[in-house]
Write a protein that binds this ligand. Sequence first.
Ligand SMILES: Nc1ncnc2c1ncn2[C@@H]1O[C@H](COP(=O)(O)OP(=O)(O)OP(=O)(O)O)[C@@H](O)[C@H]1O
Length: 265
Amino acid sequence: MLESVAVKKQPKTVSKSVYKINDFNLWYGNDQALNEINLDIPANKVTAIIGPSGCGKSTFIKALNRMVELIPSVKMTGSIMNDERDIFSSKYKVEELRTNVGMVFQKPNPFPKSIYENVAYGPKTHGIKKKKVLDEIVEKSLKDAALWDEVKDRLQENAFGLSGGQQQRLCIARCLAIEPEVILMDEPTSALDPISTAKVEELVQTLKEKYSIIIVTHNMQQAARISDRTAFFLNGEVIEYRETGELFSNPSDKRTEDYITGRFG
Ligand SMILES: Nc1ncnc2c1ncn2[C@@H]1O[C@H](COP(=O)(O)OP(=O)(O)OP(=O)(O)O)[C@@H](O)[C@H]1O
């Protein structure tokens, strides 16, 4: 029957990966900090990286935008693909990688410039000069970072005059202004008060519609609240990587269970 052909089930859509990491190892001098990391990181999701201090969380996300290579003793093996492109290939310039992959740090680090200039800086370095276009980018980025209403009447004031939480959302706006595909966040709320933390968490939830977010957090409640998938790192290894709800409610590894129930870390 024709009708039965018409209603034939479509294959399930497979979610796209923004990063595929295969057998990745990293050493600082002779000390191995990451050991045989294999992870597929989905697009348009929030992926949390959790684990005790010193387990390699920051090292891992700094490898994703090649920032870790600023440390001269670093050696790496294995592969990291971003959108099917080898991030270590000479064809994939670091500048292009860092345009595709923005980063927000633990401590808000605005430039000593006006609020407007902080956001316009990236687009300007990418050659955008027209004031009207820059104005639009600044407004859109600040709106997307849920900061516009608080700063729209003081765009020319120095960014250091903002509160810590506002400065962090400004840094997120600065990151959005260059239209990355991925946003790496290294403990973005650890220096913030609870209200600012809640605002950034809410923001992360809305940003995942357009961006893929990878967030390092010490705070397991935060990982449980805002992430779709969670990777538990221990001593430089990925112990477990699953849907966040499953990892927290039904961990498959004893070490994950011990960590999430507070037995160590
Ligand atoms: N610049 C460096 N030089 C040498 N060793 C380093 C350097 N940075 C980190 N390490 C080592 O690599 C390992 C992983 O550190 P990393 O900062 O990635 O852990 P982390 O899980 O992010 O820790 P934390 O939660 O405390 O920030 C640690 O043993 C650390 O001492």
